[in-house]
Write a protein that binds this ligand. Structure first.
Ligand SMILES: Nc1ncnc2c1ncn2[C@@H]1O[C@H](COP(=O)(O)OP(=O)(O)O)[C@@H](O)[C@H]1O
Ligand SMILES: [Mg+2]
Length: 251
């Protein structure tokens, strides 16, 4: 197993509030890691540290280190835009741009000044196929993305990330706004994507974590209480707090 991201002794605060306390975690390449824990325990904050999405808050402070393929993510010379291309993100609420299906997927190439129609057509088709959306939209690529269903919009956001050849995809509760059928489709898609992408998914859905992830990290009050193989976390956790949580005793 190859490690791809390593977080070491992360301590994160927003102003005076400490949100992550000494979190260390190693993420493995082409595996799915689930992040679970009660609301407010720092799951999203942790995820957003990995591709520097918290940088936008001016009271955000991070100590410790994160490396991506051996490079320091928080180094001064890091090209943050390029890093976010390589470590893409899919949010809780699908957030397509108010443009066509085609342009949503092509967006990341357009901003790199790639406008060759043949190239764009190819990338759009390939990305939509990988996101399991092609068959549903191939005859209406020019239609507004906003007219798609929630589940389709979420798959479109995944296609947008894939189009720029990301290596890691961060998912922050990607199914929480979706119905069970759409949820299942996204779960199947994530399992399929694992062949070529490293996936880290925050979820409050225990069944989802159990069903799709290889590793699970359990957070509580800003601490990583336990991290390990998903089977172990769900069936034979070391910590009582973990056992109580996965049993559904609180949270
Ligand atoms: N930008 C921010 N400014 C201040 N506090 C924040 C900010 N983002 C998150 N927090 C606080 O950090 C804690 C953890 O939040 P979050 O990571 O969103 O938790 P989770 O995703 O596990 O529900 C919460 O108490 C939240 O209010
Ligand atoms: Mg969250």
């Amino acid at each position: 197993m190859q490690k791809i991201i390593e977080a070491s002794n992360l301590r994160v605060s927003f102003g005076k509030t400490q949100v992550l306390k000494n979190v260390s975690m190693t993420l493995h390449k082409d595996k799915i890691t689930a992040i679970i824990g009660p609301s407010g325990c720092g799951k999203s904050t942790f995820l957003r540290c990995l591709n520097r999405m918290n940088d936008m808050y001016d009271n955000f402070k991070l100590e410790g280190a994160i490396s991506f393929k051996g490079d320091n993510v928080y180094a001064k010379e890091t090209d943050v835009i390029e890093m976010r291309r390589r470590i893409g993100m899919v949010f809780q609420k699908p957030n397509p741009f108010p443009s066509s299906i085609y342009e949503n997927v092509a967006f990341g190439l357009r901003i790199q000044n790639i406008n060759d129609k043949k190239i764009l057509d190819e990338v759009v088709e390939r990305s939509l196929k990988k996101a399991a959306l092609w068959d549903e939209v191939k005859d209406r690529l020019g239609n507004s993305a906003l007219r798609l269903s929630g589940g389709q919009q979420q798959r479109l956001c995944i296609a947008r990330t894939i189009a720029v050849e990301s290596e890691v995809i961060l998912f922050d509760e990607p199914c929480s706004a979706l119905d069970p059928t759409s949820t299942r489709k996204i779960e199947d898609l994530i399992l399929e994507l694992k062949k070529h992408y490293t996936i880290i998914i925050v979820t409050h859905n225990m069944h989802q974590a159990k069903r799709i992830s290889d590793f699970t990290g359990f957070f509580h009050l800003g601490e990583l209480v336990e991290f390990g193989e998903t089977k172990k976390i769900f069936e034979d956790a070391k910590e009582k707090l973990t056992r109580d949580y996965v049993r559904g005793d609180f949270g």
